[in-house]
Design a protein around this ligand. Structure first.
Ligand SMILES: Cc1cc2nc3c(=O)[nH]c(=O)nc-3n(C[C@H](O)[C@H](O)[C@H](O)COP(=O)(O)OP(=O)(O)OC[C@H]3O[C@@H](n4cnc5c(N)ncnc54)[C@H](O)[C@@H]3O)c2cc1C
Length: 376
């Protein structure tokens, strides 16, 4: 493979890498080569329209765009308009459906009450006091000291165990500051002023970004297999896992991954909503996605098929592209060592969710990439 003639090389075609590549090609008018290990752009945000049903499938799980940042919103709108989808999350617990995050509706339904906001707040304060936790020492205790055991056991415990494969008693307190609880009937999951799903899907955004003159992308290329062949003076932007970049010299960071089980079900509407969480410990899956609900503007009324994904959390094997940083105390210490090492590199920038070992949403990685572009 010939890599000559490229002064800018981006590793990973997720939102972080693509934003940098697009800006460099468009504004610096330089040639940029993107190397992507997968066979498509977009990283975890990739989606495609299923040919048979015209349903947009989010291949790595539901992605809802949301931001309060004008710069990010203006940037992303160059590539796509957005529909008016507003995300709501439901959760099944003991065969009953509740709304998430915990809000006045959840509280009243769970306790079979008709509390006002003030009454609900007072009730949960009492539940929390009954737990007798003065100084929370674990993830579990932080939450219980806020809402008490009954709501915690119903909605948080089972989901957390399934998601992280750890007893919440063993998870450190610092990973959660406060659980978002709403003492009103606002059922929207996000509060941001800009929200929605790209009208023509995420896949279309990536295709449009890639049409920028000067950009070239090569798929199914692992950076580590060809890094010795790259021009020595090229500027590298790397968005893979930071521990892998340094060959795990300070140790392995903990990551978590997901598995999706996809089904096409012969009904018009399977669950009546885009995401249903499963709070019970004995339900194998953490949630179920039904993608047709992300495009309320499209007419699926006569469609007798719907596409669903059951989601399950799993361990990340060394070398796999992971989904989430876990971020235990030991990870923070290891990450600091990698970060210091990364700062000594010349002409190499590590970033994005995996390169910074941070849970970031789409708008956050886009903003990070725009800010980095301003500095180079
Ligand atoms: C299940 C799930 C749901 C989410 N839902 C939302 C949501 O609703 N809203 C929201 O805003 N955000 C959501 N996010 C977060 C969102 O996915 C991230 O913010 C975004 O993907 C980060 O982009 P990135 O470019 O940093 O990383 P990624 O999207 O992970 O892209 C990194 C790319 O680098 C490539 N790569 C890695 N190593 C190499 C290598 N050695 N050689 C070549 N290529 C390599 C990978 O294949 C990948 O394509 C969700 C994340 C997950 C996992």
């Amino acid at each position: 493979m010939d890599f000559s003639g490229f002064r800018y090389i981006v590793v990973g075609a997720g939102f972080w890498g693509l934003t940098l590549a697009e800006r460099i090609a468009k504004l610096k008018k330089e040639k940029v080569l993107i190397l992507e290990a997968k066979n498509h752009p977009g990283g975890n945000c990739y989606s495609y329209f299923d040919k048979e049903t015209n349903i947009e499938v989010h291949q790595y799980g539901s992605h809802i765009f949301h931001t309060n940042n004008d710069r990010v919103w203006e940037y992303i709108n160059q590539f796509s308009g957005f529909n008016n989808y507003r995300h709501k999350v439901l959760t099944k617990y003991k065969n009953e459906v509740y709304t998430m995050p915990i809000n006045l509706m959840t509280i009243n339904q769970f306790y079979k009450k008709n509390f006002t906001p003030k009454e609900a707040c007072g009730y949960l304060e009492k539940e929390a006091m009954d737990a007798h936790i003065d100084t929370p020492q674990s993830f579990e205790e932080v939450i219980v000291s806020q809402i008490g055991y009954p709501l915690y056991n119903a909605f948080i415990k089972g989901y957390t165990v399934k998601q992280w494969n750890q007893d919440p008693k063993d998870l450190p307190a610092y990973i959660i500051k406060r659980l978002p609880v709403r003492y009103n009937y606002n059922l929207n999951y996000f509060d941001d002023c800009y929200q929605g799903i790209p009208k023509f899907g995420y896949g279309e955004i990536f295709n449009r970004m890639l049409q920028t003159p000067g950009l070239e992308i090569r798929y199914n290329v692992d950076y580590f297999a060809i890094r010795d062949q790259l021009p020595k003076d090229a500027m590298i932007f790397y968005s893979g896992p930071i521990d892998k970049y340094f060959d795990y010299c300070f140790g392995e960071l903990s990551w978590r991954s997901l598995t999706f089980i996809s089904e096409t079900v012969p009904v018009n509407d399977f669950q009546g909503t885009s995401v249903m969480n499963f709070a019970d410990m004995d339900t194998l899956y953490t949630r179920c996605h039904e993608f047709r609900h992300y495009h309320p503007e499209l007419d699926y009324s006569s469609l007798m098929k719907t596409i669903i994904f059951y989601e399950k959390s799993k361990e990340t094997k060394r070398g796999e592209v992971p989904y989430y940083p876990i971020g235990l105390k030991k990870d923070k210490e290891i990450y600091e060592e990698y970060k210091l090492r990364a700062q000594t590199l010349k002409n190499v920038y590590l970033g994005g969710r995996l390169g910074e070992y941070a849970y970031m949403d789409m708008h956050q990685v886009i903003l990070k990439a725009l800010d980095l572009f301003d500095q180079i």
